[in-house]
Design a protein around this ligand. Structure first.
Ligand code: BES
Ligand code: MN
Ligand code: MN
Length: 455
């Protein structure tokens, strides 16, 4: 039996097993769910064992465990290291979901649940593809699994784990499905990920909340000041004004930009999907360029003062914001965080005090298209989609990819099967049943081509 027909005859079970994972609210950001995150790690480990992996263990870290498992069939064959994550983003606000976030539901051939696409659905494709290759004698490479539980909170313990386990994690390629493709009939492979610099700012005015009539107009309102400071970080062309912000940005050649401009993309569909009348971004760049090759600065949350029911006349003592900057090659998150901090301190009026606290960061990556891993992934997608995939640059970040390159000296291939419209991190996250099975069918083809190309 071929892996393709094995997958065909096990469809129902493959879906039901994914549902089992999706029912576990493994939200890494919220400590109220720590028991569930751990339970999810154990469940992944059990599935790996059942699929046929050896030496499956929960590698303890200072945070959530990393699930490791392997199948070494022949040390002369190449080794594929699969990376994925079993943690998910918080589901809040739950009332915006049409079906409960942790009760997976299929509607219009899509699986609705938090983590359906990012990344349980995509990660689990690898477990099921591995099981299928084991059952049909199609495993052509050694395989190692490293499935972590802290990706959505910055992978802060993976660094140490990789440094301490270089030999164990030794591989010829790292294969990750945690990105999206252009469309179900338009396969693509992400060849770039943006980096990230994430900070939290605190602006303090008076030492206590004041009556906004008694003091208003005479004492700095930290919320007003914070808004001014944020507004001043972009000019009329939506260019970021932090001095030196663009200094290290790798300018993309006119040839590469011309190639990007050929990517099939409809701005009208994009706008109608988001129900917006217009897009907004840096002058002089297309939408795909704004997310693919240009850095950004976005406020992720802002708060302070009175937000409860009714009106309370208050001049607040403090204001806060969480701000993220997406980075492109060759920007460094450490440098950008420092530039931001210096700038924020320098523009603060004397009437307030400011504090900048850096959160996690991550470095941008670019992966080559003329490499064996890319070619094997492209050939695999060609087999199952009947079309050559298009190389694209995604706007998201997977900070550990740069780390893998540095610590493990191993290249990554980002063979993702999601769609940008899958609402990852949003209410009603979903993943196509088509995408799930297309992924499970494509992964064995990657193993096949990767082994062939390494002969
Ligand atoms: N899978 C995403 C990243 C992604 C999504 C890349 C779509 C390309 C296309 C990942 O789980 C994620 O959400 N990463 C975070 C960064 C992390 C440090 C919290 C992100 O991009 O915000
Ligand atoms: Mn992810
Ligand atoms: Mn994510």
């Amino acid at each position: 039996m071929s892996s393709k027909s094995y997958i065909e005859s096990n469809r129902e079970r493959f879906l039901e097993e994914l549902f089992e994972l999706l029912r576990i609210p493994s939200i890494s950001a919220d400590s109220a769910f720590s028991g569930d995150v751990r339970k999810c790690a154990e469940t992944v480990a059990d599935f790996l064992k059942t699929a046929g992996a050896d030496n499956v263990i929960l590698e303890e870290t200072a945070g959530y465990p990393i699930v490791y498992g392997e199948k070494i069939i022949d040390t002369n064959l190449p080794t594929v290291l699969i990376y994925g994550h079993y943690d998910v983003q918080p589901s809040v606000p739950d009332e915006l979901w049409d079906t409960p976030p942790f009760e997976p539901t299929i509607k219009n051939d899509k699986i609705y649940a938090r983590g359906a696409c990012d990344d349980k659905g995509q990660m689990f494709m690898h477990v099921k593809a591995f099981e299928s290759m084991m059952q049909t004698n199609e495993l052509t490479c050694n395989v190692k699994f490293m499935i972590e539980g802290e990706e959505e909170v910055g992978s802060s313990n993976l660094d140490t784990y990789c440094k301490n386990n270089k030999e164990k994690l030794k591989a010829d390629v790292i294969l990750i499905s945690d990105t999206s493709m252009l469309a179900n009939d338009m396969p693509s492979i992400d060849v770039g990920l943006r980096g990230l610099s994430y900070v939290e700012v605190e602006v303090t005015g008076p030492n206590i909340d004041l009556h906004s009539g008694v003091y208003g107009g005479a004492v700095a309102n930290p919320i007003n000041v914070l808004c001014d400071m944020i507004a001043g970080m972009k000019d009329e062309n939506n260019h970021i004004t932090i001095p030196g912000f663009y200094k290290d940005v790798l300018e993309v050649s006119p040839e590469d930009r011309a190639a990007m401009a050929k990517t099939p993309f409809s701005l009208d569909i994009y706008k109608s999907h988001l129900e917006i009348d217009d897009v907004m971004g840096e002058e002089g760049f297309s939408t795909l360029e704004r997310t693919g090759i240009r850095p950004t600065l976005d406020v992720n949350g802002i708060w302070g003062g009175y937000t409860g029911e009714g009106a309370k006349t208050v001049l607040p003592s403090k204001a806060y914001a969480k701000i993220s900057m997406r980075l492109v090659p060759n920007q460094s998150s450490e440098t950008i965080t420092k530039l931001f901090t210096d700038y924020f301190n320098s523009v603060a009026p004397k009437s307030v005090k400011v504090k900048v606290t850096p959160h996690h960061g991550g470095e941008p990556v670019l992966t080559p298209t003329d490499s064996v891993p890319y070619k094997a992934a492209a050939a695999a997608m060609k087999d199952t989609f009947g079309k050559d995939p298009i190389p694209t640059r995604g706007g998201g970040s997977i900070p550990i990819v740069a780390l893998f390159e540095k610590e493990l000296e191993t290249k990554t291939v980002l063979m993702g099967f999601g769609l940008d419209s899958d609402a990852i991190h949003s209410p009603n996250e979903h993943y196509g049943v088509f995408n799930y099975f297309r992924g499970i069918e494509t992964i064995p083809r990657f193993f096949y081509h990767f082994a062939e190309m390494n002969k």
